[in-house]
Ligand binder design. Structure first.
Ligand SMILES: [Ca+2]
Ligand SMILES: [Ca+2]
Ligand SMILES: [Ca+2]
Ligand SMILES: [Ca+2]
Length: 326
């Protein structure tokens, strides 16, 4: 069953392009409405602002339908946001790029290396050439110490990270990780700056302090686990978290930054993980989306399990951009 269509906004074509070379393979197309924000730095990494389209303090259940380029977002309480933005071959990478606390619909277009971002504040569309088809995008708050999410990619072939400061377009490039790693950025020291991190095949997690470049290693999980890092205990510091298929179940392992670990089965092996803070208490909620039925199962950190039908077979999950796909 299709989610109800309650609101539809049509993308406008970018205008007034200004192109300038920055580095080989990277160019900026500055379209209308690139915004410089002055709001305070983002802090929590509970997965809220990344998929908070409706403007409460909670993440929204969000699916992207490639066939039509349609985004469907729904709050736990039933408010909806539905819009068209993107093509069938695009990959959804929403974040709060303009710093107003609301997620901006955005896609990475592998065929051209373009990012298309629509401001939630103004509706203006920005197009930025950044990356190539084999890169792994992961926007987050890496640089600038501001409220603007930065577009970024990990390039497995070279182990390079390329980060673009949303405030001024400046590039940061460094090596961290290898082609056999999976990425798991987060704010592992709770300073409001996203730290790049990689999971090694031996189960080690290497993270690089975004403020000073220091590197630390944490042994947690197996190299084959799916990363679901988030802030499950709500202290504004990312927790190492892994999902492992055991039998027909998904088992969630969370190492809380406040101390202790939790292990819990939630979901079946054919489900897609989709953790975020859906009930809006600042703590990431364990959650899955079941492709066969289009059902979301959310274990609310405030208590109780919510089961909501939203989406259908064939939809992709925007929220999967901040986890590493199995
Ligand atoms: Ca925004
Ligand atoms: Ca940090
Ligand atoms: Ca935490
Ligand atoms: Ca929560």
């Amino acid at each position: 069953m299709l989610p109800p269509r309650s609101r539809s906004l049509v993308r406008s074509a970018p205008t007034g392009k200004v192109r300038r070379r920055l580095a080989p393979g990277f160019a900026i197309v500055a379209a209308v409405g690139i915004l410089l924000a002055t709001a305070s730095p983002a802090s929590a990494d509970s997965g809220t602002s990344r998929v908070n389209f409706i403007g409460t303090t909670a993440a929204d259940l969000t699916v992207y339908r490639p066939a039509t380029g349609t985004w469907y977002a729904r709050s736990l309480s039933g408010a909806t946001f539905i819009t068209n933005f993107g093509l069938s071959t695009d990959q959804p990478y929403p974040e709060d790029y303009d710093g107003d606390g609301i997620a901006d619909v955005a896609v990475f277009r592998p065929s051209t290396g373009q990012w298309w971002i629509r401001s939630s504040q103004t509706g203006a569309v920005s197009v930025v050439n950044f990356g190539v088809s084999t890169d792994v995008p992961y926007p987050a708050h890496y640089v600038g110490n501001d409220s603007l999410a930065d577009i970024a990619i990990f390039r497995p072939s070279t182990g390079q990270w390329w980060i673009r400061n949303s405030a001024n377009g400046a590039l940061t490039v460094f090596n961290f990780g290898s082609s056999t790693d999976t990425i798991e950025p987060g704010d592992y020291n709770g300073d409001g700056i996203t730290d790049v991190a990689v999971q090694k095949t031996n189960g080690q997690n290497w993270w690089r302090n975004g403020a000073n470049g220091a590197v630390a290693v944490v042994n947690y999980g197996n190299g084959t686990d799916t990363n679901v890092q988030g802030d499950y205990d709500g202290d504004d510091t990312t927790d190492w978290a892994k999902v492992r298929t055991q039998g027909s179940s998904l088992v969630w392992y969370v190492q809380r930054s406040t101390g202790g670990s939790t292990v819990q089965a939630f979901g079946s092996s054919s489900d897609l993980v989709a953790p975020a803070d859906y009930d809006g208490d600042g703590k990431t909620d364990i959650a899955i989306w079941r492709p066969a039925s289009g059902q979301w199962w959310i274990q609310q950190s405030t208590g109780g399990v919510a089961v909501i039908s939203w989406g259908q077979i064939g939809d992709a999950l925007p929220v999967r951009n901040y986890i590493t796909a199995p």
